[in-house]
Structure formats: structure tokens, C-alpha cells
Design a protein around this ligand. Structure first.
Ligand code: SF4
Length: 319
């Protein structure tokens, strides 16, 4: 129960009061463990106040109308924190459901707990009376019509196009077809590359996971997720090619190099789990039209889920 009470220090009180739906569930991503192992101060993916208990968000002196554009995890957190502080909040999301990239990640093998990040915030917004509109492509005119005092642009990010012809891991998660044999180029070394490789292998594709680190999903080593990830990849039949440099991506192969030795890996499809760039064009338009606005989450700086939640939290806390 230690991690459960890091994620929600009020867990026992809520359980005693019969408020189970209010409990902010631990998602088991082990940021807390990773930071402990490296002797960093504690932090929690679900609970951005962990480690910052003396910096509680104050009640707003003046309630303002805050419009949050984007219902991914950063937008959800920004809307929640703004509403908890007493602001009137409207959240606009283009998709028919909330969650953005975190919802896609939740569809990967053994990543279903990512849903807790979305669902707890969605429940909280409902309790706080936040007005949520789904299926709204919020351009500047749509935002201006709402007469906001402040706008948080949490419109996420788009995959970079480092390798022409490659399919982004996010697009595979959105349903893009990747015929085999598939080479997954894992530039992030995180959950997405390994998860997409496992998913495609489980669907019957011949898959090679290529990365420049020594472990699949190398950034997960300190979260204790590395070994189980490796076991699942092996069980799914994914070939791991690590510690290499990508030399070229061609129409039917990927050429890699390690210590002067080259290898050509057959590929009908190349999937790239790489860096993203902010989708922040709305910010400039809104500011040009006189609105006070800022970005949050990937729209500010693409990163991991904990970065997005922290960003959404801090932007709203500063209102
Ligand atoms: S960082 Fe993750 S595993 Fe640790 S307490 Fe928070 S939600 Fe749970």
C-alpha cells in the first residue's frame, strides 16, 4: 500500500468515507521507485503534489474563465487544477474521447493502468463542474466566442519525420497498417517502441526492434519494467538489435552499424518511435488576437507522461 498512498495520500480517509470513486489510483509506472533508486527526491506520475507538499495550489483570489484546448493528459490536469483552485473551466477536445496519446498507450500490452490517469481526472472534472466538449476542432474563433480570461493550449505533439517513408509509432497505435517484416526504430527507449513491437509480433508480424541503447525500453531500467518488458518481447518472438547506429532506411531494408560491422535487416515496413514536435500553432494565433494564453504538456515540450502532467499542473497552479 505504500505506492497507493503516494498516489493518493487521502486514500484511507476516502475509503472510510465510501468515496472509492474519488481515490486516485496508483498506476504502477514506478517513477517513485526510479527516483528512489537514483537518490532523487520523490515524485509520482499520478500525484504531482508528491514531493511538493509545501507548495499547495492556493484558492484563486479572483475566479476567471479558463479555456483549456486539448483533452490529453496535460489538458486534463490543467483543467482539474484550475477548477480545484476555483476557476470556471471549459475543456475542448477534438477527439470523441479524452486522453490523447495516453489513451493510445493504454492499449499497449500490460499498459492498461494508464487509463487510471485519464479516468480519475475525468471523474474529478465532472465533480468540479468543468464543462467538457468533445469532438470540437477549436480554432481561434471558437475559443474567442467563449470569452475566456485565459487559455491553456494543450494540443499535444506530432511525430517528427526523421525517416521518410517510416510510419510513426503513434500512427500504428491509431490503426495504421504495418505489414511484415517490420523494423521498429526505437529512438525513445521507452514504452511506445517496445509496446508497438510486441503488439505487432503478437499480431503475427516478423518484428525486429532496433535501438541505440543496450536494453529494450532502456529508460525503463530504473522503473523495474525493463526485465518484464524483455521477457514479453522474447515470448512474442521479437528480435532485439540493440547498441547500434542506424546507417540508412531504404525501401526494403534498414542498415545498422555496430563497431564497424554493418547489418542489413529486411523490412517491408519501418515504424519509428521517435521524438515529437509541439503542435502549438494555436498559441500564436490566440496571442495575436489579444488573448492571454500559454502552452502545456507536449504542446510546450514533448516528453513523458509525467512531464505532461507536471506541466499541466504547474501552468494551472500559476493562474
Ligand atoms: S509514481 Fe507511479 S508507481 Fe509510484 S506511486 Fe506514483 S503512480 Fe504509483
Amino acid at each position: 500500500m505504500t505506492r497507493a498512498q503516494i498516489a493518493d495520500p487521502d486514500l484511507v480517509r476516502k475509503a472510510e468515507a465510501g468515496e472509492e470513486a474519488e481515490i486516485r489510483e496508483c498506476v504502477g509506472l514506478n517513477l517513485c521507485v526510479a527516483r528512489r533508486l537514483r537518490k532523487f527526491p520523490i515524485a509520482c506520475v499520478q500525484n504531482p503534489d508528491a514531493g511538493f507538499e509545501l507548495r499547495a495550489v492556493p484558492r484563486a483570489a479572483t475566479a476567471r474563465h479558463v479555456v483549456v484546448v486539448g483533452g490529453g493528459i496535460a489538458g486534463l490536469e490543467a483543467a482539474r487544477v484550475a477548477a480545484e483552485a476555483g476557476h470556471r473551466v471549459t475543456l475542448l477536445e477534438r477527439a470523441p474521447s479524452l486522453g490523447g496519446q495516453v489513451a493510445l498507450t493504454a492499449g499497449l500490452p500490460r499498459q492498461g493502468a494508464h487509463r487510471y490517469l485519464i479516468d480519475w481526472r475525468a471523474r474529478r472534472l465532472e465533480r468540479l463542474g468543468v464543462h467538457v466538449e468533445l469532438g470540437v476542432d477549436a480554432d481561434a474563433d471558437a475559443v474567442l466566442r467563449l470569452e475566456p480570461d485565459f487559455v491553456v493550449v494543450a494540443t499535444g505533439s506530432e511525430p517528427g519525420q526523421r525517416y521518410p517513408g517510416a510510419i510513426s509509432a503513434v500512427d500504428v497505435l491509431r490503426g495504421a497498417e504495418a505489414s511484415g517484416p517490420v523494423v521498429v526504430l526505437d529512438e525513445e527507449g521507452h514504452r511506445k517502441g517496445a509496446g508497438v513491437a510486441e503488439t505487432l509480433a503478437n499480431a503475427g508480424r516478423e518484428v525486429t526492434l532496433v535501438g541505440d541503447g543496450v536494453a529494450p525500453a532502456g529508460s525503463l531500467v530504473h522503473t523495474l519494467a525493463d526485465a518484464p518488458t524483455r521477457r514479453r518481447l522474447q515470448a512474442a518472438g521479437v528480435r532485439l538489435v540493440r547498441g547500434v547506429r542506424v546507417v540508412s532506411v531504404e525501401s526494403d531494408r534498414v542498415v545498422v552499424e555496430r563497431e564497424g560491422t554493418h547489418e542489413a535487416i529486411r523490412a517491408a515496413s519501418v515504424v519509428h518511435a521517435g521524438r515529437h514536435r509541439p503542435a502549438d500553432s494555436l498559441l500564436t494565433v490566440l496571442r495575436d488576437r489579444g488573448l492571454a494564453a500559454t502552452t502545456a504538456g507536449d504542446a510546450r515540450a514533448p516528453g513523458l507522461v509525467e512531464d505532461a502532467i507536471r506541466s499541466g499542473h504547474d501552468v494551472a497552479a500559476a493562474l
